[in-house]
Write a protein that binds this ligand. Structure first.
Ligand code: ME8
Length: 516
């Protein structure tokens, strides 16, 4: 059944302490595909991304560069916005945590947690990782041979002692565990769910919620010597953008709670433990799902700004083109698992699935129509069993990709689409329309009609993943703008005989590596 309820999806908001890297691009592309998919299903979508601009990491980087944290945030947030344009992301908003609307919302949520009796003042002493902006228990850290102590993500930790507000996280342990149990889909994939449950079961300590040894953050209401812990402020961005707290009758309030927070696996604890506890405390509805994708590895190695082996998404897109890159990451990586990137892998995918696959199918079948059917979609005669099976395979894709996308199995949706491309190749080759041209032109017309309708459906379904190329394919089969949504899939939008087609232009050129 078609779900027409509003759909709200978010990416993590990135730290603009440096330029965006391919990991950021990957998250945005995947989230964009999900958002576009739901829009084509007919749902009203809010898709949010943005930058996380406060905290010690921003302040330290700015100091090293001899500029103010605001200048650093302005400069790099602009890079993240440029990346969203580069990637053809369809985000409806771009939030920056230094904006006034966000400060306002954060104060509301802080006061609600305070009113619930969940905030108290004490002093914190323990380990802190500036790179992760995370507090760690001593047992989670490790003193290595280099004399430096490291946290569980491999970043150095430092000892912190300061006055701080605390949140009574320990009081939420049972409620959180009950929530995970009652809502088995709340955390995905399963490995992450198990990881979170065992972390919560091991015992939750109250969480330090404010810092007093630096000032780049949102001041605690009525206690300006404290700035809020950056994650309190960062997580709230998701609700800020809906206006749910500050403009409850506004046009976007209906989008809270979010359907999906899309994040990387390194920040699952913040989203699946701290965030729901804050919301429970503030008496607010919880997001429906937190899904952690894996990490993109550069030839097997972790990529991060701090490690200095980052791949620049701008270079990658310039080299291979945007849609091939979008396709590669979404098809190649089992969504939720880590994935490795290599130039050879991208080239192979482009040539096998796009140039030789969908591109070739479209150009072979459509150019035959243009040459042999007066440049018009031909009449579809009586259908043979093979024709029926071919159309049925294409018609079935809507339901199967919907299930895959709802289960965040993005790669599986694409695999299914490409499998139908291969099936259409076999169908086309088996029917030999070029031979029918002389012996049975009416039968040739039917085979070309069936193939072109498969191309139409594949193009409609590819729009979330490769919006521009899929649009070009739809132009080739002359599909009007109002027949490109998923309601037009299957029987409902079959090609209309007599529609004029132009000679097909190549949509997916073969990738040829530049001479060394
Ligand atoms: O964590 N592969 O920001 P961030 C895949 N500000 N994903 C990756 C990645 C990689 N190599 N490297 C990073 C933050 N990511 C916080 C989030 S949300 C309220 C605050 C992902 O700039 C990472 O997992 O370090 C996260 O989801 C996103 O990029 C931003 O990372």
């Amino acid at each position: 059944m078609t779900d027409t309820s509003p759909f709200y999806i978010t990416t993590a908001i990135s730290y603009p302490n440096g330029k965006p890297h391919i990991g950021h691009a990957y998250e945005l592309i995947a989230t964009d595909a999900m958002a576009r998919y739901q829009r084509l299903e007919g749902r009203e979508v809010l898709f949010l991304t943005g930058t996380d601009e406060h905290g010690q990491k921003m302040q330290q980087t700015a100091r090293k560069e001899g500029i103010s944290p605001q200048e650093l945030a302005d400069r790099n947030s602009a890079e993240f916005q440029k990346m969203a344009v580069l990637l053809n992301a369809s985000n409806d908003d771009f939030i920056r945590t230094t904006e006034a609307r966000h400060h306002e919302a954060v104060k509301v949520i802080w006061n609600r947690m305070g009113d619930a009796g969940d905030l108290y003042k004490d002093s914190y002493s323990g380990w802190y990782s500036v790179r992760d902006e995370a507090y760690y228990q001593e047992g989670e850290t490790e003193l290595r041979a280099d004399g430096v102590r490291y946290g569980p993500q491999g970043s150095p930790v430092e000892w912190v002692e300061e006055a701080s507000y605390f949140f009574k996280l320990s009081a939420y342990q049972d409620r959180l565990l009950k929530h995970y149990e009652d809502n088995p889909d709340f955390i995905g994939p399963a490995e992450r769910r198990n990881e979170v449950i065992s972390f919560v079961k091991s015992g939750l300590k109250d969480l330090s919620m404010s810092r007093t040894t630096f000032d780049w953050g949102i001041p605690v209401p009525n206690d300006p010597g404290h700035v809020m812990y950056v994650w309190v402020d960062a997580l709230t961005n998701y609700i800020t953008a809906t206006g749910y707290l500050t403009d409850p009758n506004g046009p976007r309030a209906k989008f809270w709670p979010a359907n999906i927070h899309m994040i990387g696996k390194d920040i699952i604890r913040f989203h699946a433990v701290y965030w729901p506890a804050f919301l429970m405390s503030a008496g607010l509805p919880l997001p429906k799902k937190v899904f952690a994708h894996g990490f993109l590895l550069n030839k097997g190695e972790k990529m991060s700004k701090s490690l200095g082996n980052v791949v620049d998404p701008f270079n990658l897109v310039e080299h291979f083109g945007l849609d091939p890159i979008r396709y590669f990451f979404l098809r190649e990586v089992s969504f939720g698992q880590d994935g490795s990137y290599s130039e050879e892998g991208i080239a192979t995918r482009i040539n096998s699935d796009l140039a030789n696959g969908i591109g070739n199918l479209a150009s072979r079948s459509l150019s035959m129509i243009v040459k042999n059917c007066d440049g018009q979609i031909p009449e579809c005669g009586p259908l043979t069993d093979e024709d029926k099976a071919m159309l049925a395979a294409a018609d079935a894709l809507h339901a199967s990709t919907r299930d895959d996308m709802n289960a965040l199995m993005i790669h599986r949706a694409l695999t299914a689409i490409i499998a139908v491309v291969s099936e259409a190749d076999r169908y086309f080759a088996g029917q030999e329309p070029w031979a029918l041209k002389k012996t049975d032109p009416a039968r040739m017309a039917t085979v070309l009609y069936v193939t072109a309708d498969v191309v139409r459906q594949i193009a409609i379904l590819l729009q979330p993943f490769m919006p521009e190329s899929a649009g070009k394919l739809l132009d080739l089969v002359a599909i009007p703008a109002d027949k490109r949504d998923f309601a037009s899939l299957g029987e409902a939008g079959r090609l209309v005989a007599g529609t004029a087609l132009e000679a097909p232009k190549p949509v997916f050129p073969r990738y040829v590596a530049p001479e060394a």
